[in-house]
Design a protein around this ligand. Sequence first.
Ligand code: N01
Length: 542
Amino acid sequence: MSKTSTPSPARDYDAIVIGAGFSGLALLHHLRDIGLRTLVVDGEDGIGGTWWVNRYPGVRTDSEYSYYSFSFSKEVREEWTWSERYPSGGEVLDYLNFVADRLDLRKDIQLNTWVESATYDEPANTWTVRFADGREITTKFLVSGMGVLSQAIYPNIPGLDTFAGEKYHSSHWPRAGVDLKGKKVGLIGLGASGIQIVPTIAPEVEEFFVFQRTPNYVVETSNEAVTDEDMAYLREHYDEIYEKAANHPFGVAMEPAQHSALEVDDATRREIFESKWNQGGFHFANECFNDLATDHEASELASEFIRSKIREIVKDPETADLLSPKTYSFNGKRVPTGHGYYAAFNLDHVHLVDVADTPISAITDKGIVVGDTEYELDVLIFATGFDAMTGTLTNIDIVGRNGVTLRDKWSEEGLRSNLGISAHGFPNFFMSLGPQTPYSNLVVPIQLGAQWLQRALVWAGENGVERFEATPESERWWVEETERTGKATVMYSEGKKAKAWFLGDNVPGKQEEFQVYMGGGHVYQQYCREAEAEGYSSFLAD
Ligand code: N01
């Protein structure tokens, strides 16, 4: 890769990247490689981003080890060894630290550095980044690697702050762990986080109350050890596996299914569902049939298969029925992978409390009130999710041209970006995994996005381009494409719709619009390549 020819000595840095997770590390490596003086800043006291903060019991990847890593470093690929099919959060954190050391990234990362604002100065074509400690630094390029699920949210329940026991959010779990033995524990939230917490803590707590508003379609799996042979195979076939993931709609190294669930007879369909259920996790959603995310009838057939599995696993028929989703169908929201989730409800001290019809009315100093019952608790766990995709970007002041913040822009115009990479009015500001980027195994778009930006900035340098930003036309095109493809999925249905973060429906007051691109990661990458091949004409580059 040739070096960029746009050094900017008047500024402290050429590029500041906010966030030291997967995105920040990939960006630092790729931007430094083209000669940009790059600094990564992160408010936490360790690198790892989402894997640094999410330390709740049972946290691990839902993607398999073979495609949950970067492919760009031969050294890392050769020297790193995974131990589990679904690596634990701790192991992913070790991996990211290994990457940081092996690629000598640490010297350009400042931790404990919270960004409060970043302001664009038009005449100087410079971003000034201000930190919580009052320091300011300047840069030509500003890149967000702040993550898509980082801005935690709590439910709006009266009395939230009055609870006298211990209270934790899944994404701010104490680093030293929490001793739950002999305690009465309550859990609110059954998305991917809560579903990992339930079976992990169920055996150790004394009494466990799981408050369920909407059940999920959980695909169970098993977690085998990764053998030396597995690692040897991975190292030998890494490029091939990575290519497969990059060409897959959801960034997983799997063969996309070729047939509709409606094309086959009942017995064949059941056999295919059964075999992919046995492979577990994402294999079920991705490898059974090609229309489980786009056709309501096909999705409903998968829904009924999973309901039958719940009835097989969960002994109490009433609990099995409560755990079975009925108000939306499979793929209507992000499908979590289970590690003994349903079986946990067979333990006598695990109680499923339905709060769909009778919501939690209050949190008191003693516990949780539902209807006439007060559930007394020692510990209350919130696995209630995030202000996804935009939360981190609107929580700080990113101030573009004419003093307009990203928060103002998106609340006035709706979500607008070109390919989720750049927003009009914010020259030289780029987003890794911005809103309207693909819903997928995220390591793939993170790596490809860092490489796209690297090439774009080399091109800018070679062509004397000083400012790079989305055109208003490209934003209109991309929002239309994002809405069109999103509405073609079973996530969007007036009659049978889940309350999902994909549409922003989980945050009170947030406008309902597709936060992610549902047209497929492979299609998205094709658009990115086209933008590049066309000389970035969908960007203002002057
Ligand atoms: O959050 P969520 P999450 N009363 O928004 C419930 C990724 N992730 O942290 O559905 C009762 O999915 C809410 O109920 P409802 C992954 O992309 C990945 O679990 O709104 N319940 C819901 O059950 C995932 O999609 C991994 O009715 C209330 C829950 O809180 C994303 O992060 C692991 C309530 C929130 O679920 C977010 O997952 C973890 C109330 N008042 C996360 N308010 C892996 O890959 C909210 N809820 C392994």
